[in-house]
Design a protein around this ligand. Structure first.
Ligand SMILES: *Cc1c(COP(=O)(O)O)cnc(C)c1O
Length: 356
């Protein structure tokens, strides 16, 4: 028998999460964000379940080409645009919408030989100081681009640094307002957090990512528990060994856990080489035979140890859920000092994936 670890993708949940995102922003069109190979889920595996979307947003040309080759006809937005002017031929051939965040890209667009104009997302820096033009440059940039034959429809895009906070969109929204004053421009501002919690940011296109996959943009499952959003990925394995500890016995590398009394523990076929976070401490939630228990000691490359005290019936072959519906990826991530986004993206290639 092969190693029992497997990731299962629930495509019905994906469809439902898209529907919920749409209901949250009923007057906007939806870019489904599928960057980083659909947050680790595999763009090839999941894109058809999201085919109700109005467009796909991503970063890699290979992924964009894959979608076109599979027959996707609706828009594709490259969130970081083109990285050098040679790529414009591919944008042209596959009819991709490009973000424009820097002056050199305007010059490249001016010089390019295209078969038809490309749609452009003008990226504004609304305070995060990642990509984008300063608010006071927007009028000028807009006019320069508007004058180019190579430019089709234009949309103003910005991104929030802390949309999961109550007042997190106020200041950036003010900057967008000021920058856009007097411009008649469609806008796209909202990530998942803003899609769920800040209707005033919705405008023409929203850009949900993490909520499509059923995790919380705030890192707290509680914050989306009442929305109907469902985890798409379940990571499962099995118990492959049992140890009966005496008081004082150590567990795993560095003996990071010691038993206080007699304790039965299970060894699970899952480690950091599968994408389980190495920094998950003793106490990270995990479910064995449907019972929520905890990890013990350090995570190894290929194994973790778990407490079987709450599930005395468990033995070799018992089913283990590392994350999914029972153990939320947000809870594993927060125990390990990270976010669900990172755990999804880090699912290792050696883990077999099944779709439901
Ligand atoms: C990743 C990304 C999103 C989606 O963010 P979520 O928090 O996953 O919803 C939206 N817009 C841009 C520009 C992004 O880079």
């Amino acid at each position: 028998m092969s190693r029992p670890i497997v990731a299962t993708l629930d495509c019905a949940a994906l469809r439902q999460n898209l529907a919920i995102s749409r209901q949250a922003a009923p007057n906007s069109r939806v870019w489904s964000v599928v960057k980083a190979n659909a947050y680790g889920h595999g763009i090839e595996r999941i894109w058809q379940s999201l085919s109700d979307t109005d467009g796909f947003a991503l970063l890699g040309l290979e992924e964009a080409i894959l979608l076109r080759e599979r027959g996707w006809k609706k828009p594709i937005l490259l969130l970081e645009g083109f990285f050098n002017s040679d790529e414009l031929a591919i944008f042209d051939r596959y009819r991709l919408t490009t973000s424009v965040h820097s002056n050199w890209q305007i010059q490249a667009l001016a010089k390019a030989k295209l078969s038809a104009p490309l749609d452009v997302y003008v990226k504004m820096n609304s305070g995060m100081n990642r990509l984008g033009f300063q608010p006071e440059q927007i009028h000028n940039v807009w006019q320069k681009l508007r004058a180019l034959e190579n430019v089709g429809e234009m949309t103003l895009m910005a991104h929030f640094a802390e949309a999961e906070k109550n007042s997190g969109v106020l200041e950036p929204m003010k900057r967008v307002e000021q920058a856009a004053e007097g411009l008649d421009c469609p806008r796209s501002l909202a990530n998942s957090a803003a899609t769920l919690w800040h209707p005033e940011t919705h405008y023409d296109w929203v850009r949900p990512g993490i909520i499509l996959y059923g995790a919380s943009p705030s890192g707290q499952w509680q914050d989306i528990a009442g929305t109907g959003l469902k985890p798409v990925m379940t990571l499962r394995s099995e118990i492959i060994g049992i140890q009966n500890l005496k008081a004082g016995d150590g567990v795993g590398y560095g003996y990071r856990y010691h038993a206080h009394e007699e304790q039965r523990i299970g060894v699970v076929a899952c480690g950091y080489a599968d994408g389980y976070p190495r920094h998950a401490p003793t106490g990270t939630p995990v479910a064995v035979d449907g019972v929520v228990t905890q990890t013990l000691g350090a995570v190894s490359m290929d194994m973790i140890m778990v407490d079987l005290t709450p599930c005395p019936q468990a033995g070799i072959g018992s089913k283990v859920e590392l994350w999914g519906n029972q153990v939320k990826i947000d809870d594993v991530a927060s125990a390990a000092g990270t976010v669900g986004y990172e755990l999804m993206c880090a699912l290792a290639p050696r883990v077999p994936v099944e779709t439901l």
